[in-house]
Ligand binder design. Structure first.
Ligand SMILES: Nc1nc2c(ncn2[C@@H]2O[C@H](COP(=O)(O)OP(=O)(O)O)[C@@H](O)[C@H]2O)c(=O)[nH]1
Ligand SMILES: [Mg+2]
Length: 295
């Protein structure tokens, strides 16, 4: 285990402990759908986003789980007041690390399905229904929205071109036709997130997508909309930095997964499939004498 994985594991464990202590049963007995949101300094945006989320998805009860890491504004407070379960991480690690932790909270809290969206209001929560439908119908394991099939508000030609170039690249590398590789509104069976190796601290979208495809999960796309950010600005840097970082993750993940398929490696802690209710076990295990009592 590398130092970074060990540090990440320690940070995640402490954050999970604080989360379960704060929310108790609400955290350990999640409804079937967890809507996971990574948020970093999204004061002013996160409140309306959480309030706009549906309380049921595909007829199943849903709960928002917000992971705020190192935010220095009122992101956590605003999300709590809007009704989300909020996991605060004291250090900023990036959207990838935050989502990975959110997936773990969802799986171990007993959710069967995970939806992701962003904290900045760029996605339309009404479209969650069409993304989860193929999963509930047993036709797909992972469904991503696609702006190429749907619509986008940006006029930025570089970003537009980038979306298409990366979609083509991933389609060619994996043999699965994909038209949008970075869409933040997605739905999946919760166990998918435990099966795929997620190591990217920030530019996580293509790692998840390539991992899901190479593991043989059934992937589908649905038309969806992306709006412009109304408040704050992107945390991902300018287009050149974004594209370069993204390209590194695309080729790095593809290469890693090729090698892993040839020689399956041990899975780092926190990535494995979790039994539902595992968070509750962690609480019990922390109580003095609990280990003996459970034997
Ligand atoms: N927890 C956490 N969330 C982040 C971080 N960076 C970005 N995000 C969140 O990830 C989502 C997408 O980020 P954004 O900056 O809008 O990226 P863009 O839409 O790709 O330009 C938003 O909800 C951000 O708040 C981070 O370092 N930590
Ligand atoms: Mg954004």
């Amino acid at each position: 285990m590398t130092d970074r994985v060990r540090d990440d594991e320690a940070i995640d464990s402490a954050a999970i402990r604080a989360f379960t202590e704060e929310f108790g049963d609400r955290a350990t007995r999640l409804p079937p759908v967890a809507i996971v949101i990574a948020a970093f300094n999204e004061e002013g945006a996160i409140g309306p986003v959480v309030e706009g989320l549906p309380s049921t998805v595909g007829g199943l009860a849903a709960v928002p789980v917000v992971v705020s890491d190192g935010s220095v504004d009122a992101t956590g407070k605003e999300a709590r007041e809007a009704g989300a379960l909020v996991c605060d991480v004291p250090v900023n690690r990036g959207q990838g690390a935050a989502l990975r932790l959110g997936y773990r909270l969802a799986r171990e809290g007993g959710a069967d399905y995970i939806v992701t969206t962003d904290a900045d209001g760029q996605y339309n929560p009404a479209e969650i229904e069409s993304l989860i439908a193929p999963i509930l119908a047993g036709q797909a394991d992972f469904v991503t929205g696609s702006r190429t099939l749907g619509s986008e508000e940006t006029k930025d030609p570089v970003r537009k071109l980038g979306v298409r170039v990366f979609a083509l690249t991933i389609s060619v590398l994996t043999g699965q036709r994909i038209t949008d590789t970075t869409f933040g509104l997605r739905a999946m069976r919760a166990e998918v997130t435990g099966a795929v190796l997620l190591e990217q601290p920030q530019y996580q979208a293509s790692e998840l997508l390539i991992g899901v495809i190479t593991h043989g999960f059934r992937v589908a796309e649905r038309p969806a909309t992306i709006h412009r950010r109304q408040i704050g600005k992107s945390k991902k840097g300018n287009n050149a930095l974004y594209a370069l970082s993204f390209a590194k993750v695309v080729f790095g993940t593809w290469w890693r997964e090729r090698r892993r398929r040839r020689e399956p490696a041990a899975r780092p802690a926190g990535h494995g499939p979790a039994a539902p209710g595992q968070l509750a076990d962690q609480i019990i295990a922390r109580e003095p004498g609990a280990a003996q009592a459970r034997e």
